[in-house]
Every structure is written in structure tokens, then in C-alpha cells.
Design a protein around this ligand. Structure first.
Ligand code: NAD
Length: 296
């Protein structure tokens, strides 16, 4: 099967690289030529644009920042839908909103293509190691084709239901993850202000039911180690918490913690934290409370 991969950023690059290691033929494209060239050095074919990539592939993945870029690449002029081979499969892995994924499903299905969504769980560092988790939404009949390909990029696949259910699951997953970013930050700032040795506090927290994956796996390697390079960029975090907030508004479900977290992300962006890892919220709250940055 000829596979194409569009979007080679923090996540897409690692996923495509894992796929390439386990796949004879992979064609890639990104607006950032450097990312594509790095994969070319490892054996990928670099397409000159989205159209030429799609014309040569039976299965195309996109891993783009958000709904705007996905709509443009999938449905816009020169995009995926205009150039896919008859009967080809298109899977979006980006984190996008419910309306956009439903729009894609309708547009691609009505033209006889197979459409699925497979947003990615776990951290960027897991993607680097080929250990991602996929929340797959696709017609059950396609599982035998798609799952072996996803297993080349990750270790865990959850079939969440029909197309669109992966995205819905991912929005809920990230709502929790991003609320934890705020809760972890508040907790650590309080620990510091109470005069505790934060490394000892952390040892306790990661071994009780207070723990969460962010605190356990990410915090010690990122903000608490002084590494603010984005595994998950604060701006993307704001996008995702906004997706959850909008989904709540659309279905008339009250999400008070989610909406507060959304405002916190907005405040941190306004304070100049764009481009930093989401764990930078701990620095943001340390600064807002006039206490020293917390480091292990
Ligand atoms: P990123 O910003 O690092 O990468 C996005 C890439 O898309 C960039 O290389 C950019 O050049 C490319 N791009 C943008 N517009 C394009 C276009 N029109 N044509 C071709 N390429 C284009 O983002 P990321 O961290 O890789 O995240 C990608 C998606 O995965 C987002 O939806 C994000 O929410 C989601 N996600 C991220 C993480 C994480 O931890 N970083 C984890 C799971 C899911």
C-alpha cells in the first residue's frame, strides 16, 4: 500500500518516522521543507505538494495543528479530496472539533472515499518511541486494513466507533489532561508556598490517587526540570480546551472546571507563554503569586 503523510511537526514527524521504519514506501509533505528533508534522508519520498502526494497514495494521513489547517488541506483548492485516487482512504489524526470531523466524513464519504479519524493520545515523547495510542473512529469493516498501519506508529488502538468518534473521545481526553495541568500547577505552587520540599511532595503525590499521567510522566521531565520546549505547545493546549468548551456549549452541558482552565490558558498565553510546553502553567502561577519558579 502506498501511504502518504501530511504534517510533520512535533507529533507528525515522530509518527511518520515510526511508520517509515516499518514501511517500505512513505511519501511525506509539510509546508516546512526542513522536516520533510529530514525524513527524506531516512528514505521517505518528499512530495512537492498535497495534490501530488494524494495522487500517488492509497492511504493518506494528516497531522495538522487544528481545524483551520485540516479544512484547508483536506477540502481546499488542490487539497486531499480533489486528488485522492478512487476508493482511497483518508485518515485525519489531528485534534479538531466535532463539526469539522463530521464535515470531513460527509464530504469524503459522499465522494466514495473511506474516511476515518485517529487522534493521538499520550505524550510527544511516546510518539518519539513509537508508543502512541490511537482513538480510532472508522467503519468496522476497515479495521483489518487500518489497524496494522497504526500499529507501525504506536502500541495501542481503541476503536471508539464510527468516523468522528475518535475526535469526540480525544476532546474529552484532552479536557481532562489540560485541567490536570492547572490542578498540578496549583498544587505545586501551594506546596512551595507552604515551605515544603517539592521533590518530596511530588514523591508522595505520584504514589497516591492524587496522581495523574501529566504529573507523573511529564512534570519531572519538563517544567520541573526547567525544560519548557513544547512537547505540547500551550497554544495547542488552548485550542484543545476550547474545543471541549465549545462542545459543552453546543450540547448545553455545563463544564465549569473546563471553562476555568480555558481562561487560565488564555491568561498564560497573554502573559507571553505561547511556544512553551503546557507544563509552563506551573511557572505562570508561581510568577502570578510572586514565588520562585519550582524546580527539582
Ligand atoms: P505542530 O505545530 O508541531 O506541527 C504542525 C505541522 O503542520 C507543522 O510542521 C506545520 O508546518 C504543518 N502544517 C501546517 N499547515 C500545513 C499545511 N497547510 N500543509 C502542510 N503542512 C502544514 O503540532 P503537533 O504538536 O505536531 O500537533 C499536531 C496535532 O496533533 C494537533 O492537532 C495537536 O493538537 C495534536 N496532538 C499533539 C500532541 C502533542 O503532545 N504535541 C499530542 C497529541 C495530539
Amino acid at each position: 500500500m502506498n501511504i502518504g503523510f501530511i504534517g510533520l511537526g512535533r507529533m507528525g514527524f515522530s509518527l511518520a518516522r515510526s511508520l517509515l521504519k516499518n514501511q517500505q514506501r512513505l511519501t511525506v509533505f509539510d509546508l516546512n521543507a526542513d522536516a520533510a528533508q529530514k525524513l527524506e534522508a531516512e528514505g521517505a519520498i518528499v512530495a512537492k505538494d498535497v495534490a501530488s502526494l494524494c495522487q500517488g497514495c492509497d492511504l493518506v494521513f494528516t497531522m495538522l495543528p487544528g481545524p483551520k489547517q485540516v479544512k484547508q488541506v483536506a477540502l481546499g483548492e488542490g487539497g486531499v479530496i480533489q486528488n485522492l485516487r478512487p476508493g482511497a482512504i483518508y485518515i485525519d489524526m489531528s485534534t479538531i472539533d466535532v463539526d469539522t470531523v463530521d464535515l470531513l466524513n460527509e464530504a469524503f464519504s459522499s465522494k466514495g472515499f473511506v474516511f476515518g479519524d485517529a487522534p493521538v493520545g499520550r505524550l510527544a515523547m511516546h510518539a518519539d518511541r513509537g508508543e502512541s495510542l490511537f482513538m480510532l473512529g472508522i467503519d468496522e469493516k476497515q479495521l483489518s486494513t487500518i489497524e496494522p498501519v497504526l500499529y507501525k506508529m504506536g502500541t495501542t488502538i481503541h476503536h471508539c466507533g464510527k468516523a468522528g468518534s475518535g475526535t469526540r473521545t480525544k476532546i474529552i481526553n484532552n479536557m481532562m489532561v489540560l485541567c490536570y495541568c492547572q490542578i498540578n500547577s496549583e498544587a505545586l505552587v501551594l506546596a512551595k508556598s507552604l515551605g515544603l520540599d517539592v521533590s518530596k511532595t511530588l514523591d508522595v503525590l505520584v504514589n497516591t490517587t492524587a496522581s495523574n499521567g501529566q504529573l507523573k510522566e511529564k512534570w519531572p521531565k519538563k517544567v520541573l526540570a526547567g525544560d519548557l520546549t513544547p512537547g505540547f505547545d500551550l497554544a495547542l493546549g488552548y485550542k484543545d480546551i476550547s474545543l471541549a468548551s465549545s462542545a459543552g456549549a453546543a450540547t448545553q452541558v455545563a463544564l465549569p472546571v473546563c471553562d476555568t482552565a480555558k481562561n487560565v490558558f488564555r491568561m498564560a498565553l497573554a502573559a507571553g507563554k505561547a511556544g512553551q510546553d503546557t507544563s509552563c502553567l506551573t511557572d505562570f502561577w508561581a510568577e502570578a503569586n510572586g514565588i520562585e519558579k519550582i524546580r527539582l
